[in-house]
Design a protein around this ligand. Structure first.
Ligand SMILES: [Zn+2]
Length: 212
């Protein structure tokens, strides 16, 4: 038995450290809650920032609370192109070696040296859900999306397990537009191989006439 995995779209947004937030909004400034997001404890804030790159900028970019240890800007590949930054696909929190940008707040401008990522697509789930779906934290799986006329099988989807998570796959706006315009899209995990797969190896095999 498998289950429907709701697919949610993450538009571009920012996570900030308390230190950077106070530089941008002034000493003692605090995040102001607007609404809860799908993952428990995560919320949209009233505060907004302008994000600048060498070729362009986005005004009024949403900040998500609570504070994180390090500031991180999450964009789609289309967004990175508009800003003129390289698009580096990473899991949230893994920002070593990623490009920086300039953040503009009401109190000051701040140039960050790293932290701009294109979030690697992932599924949040609880330990119980992981057991019933026969996956583990950090596994990478295939997800077949419900067809709205151009279904996709997404590869390299990271499983993230925590007891506070709510079952949902997160994709960015490019990925969402690639398969669906539906309000409540969903997919299922599909198993295409028994052993550890590697899609590049799969391509090599197909090119050399091996079909498994
Ligand atoms: Zn997520």
């Amino acid at each position: 038995m498998s289950v429907k995995i709701p697919i949610e779209t993450s538009a571009r947004h920012i996570h900030v450290s308390k230190e950077d937030f106070e530089l941008l909004f002034g000493p003692g400034a605090e995040l102001h809650y607007i609404k809860e997001l799908s993952q428990p404890g995560q919320y949209l804030c009233q505060e907004r920032l302008t994000v600048k790159g060498p070729k362009g900028e986005f005004e009024n970019m949403a900040i998500l609370g609570p504070f994180r240890k390090e500031t991180q800007v999450e964009l789609s590949l289309t967004d990175t192109r508009k800003l003129g930054l390289p698009g580096i696909i990473r899991q949230s929190g893994d920002i070593e070696g990623t490009p920086g940008c300039v953040l503009c707040g009401p109190n000051s401008e701040l140039s960050i040296e790293k932290g701009v990522i294109v979030a690697k697509r992932h599924i949040h789930m609880t330990p119980d859900e992981a057991i019933s779906l026969r996956v583990r934290d950090n596994d990478e799986v295939f997800v077949l999306t419900k067809s709205y006329g151009r279904a996709l099988i997404y590869a390299d989807v990271v499983v993230r397990v925590h007891r506070s998570f709510r079952l949902a796959m997160h994709v960015d706006t490019d990925e969402a537009n690639a398969f669906s315009s539906d309000a409540e899209p969903y997919g299922v995990i599909v198993r295409l191989f028994d052993d550890n797969y590697n899609t590049d190896k799969w391509i090599e095999e197909v090119l050399s006439g091996i079909h498994r």
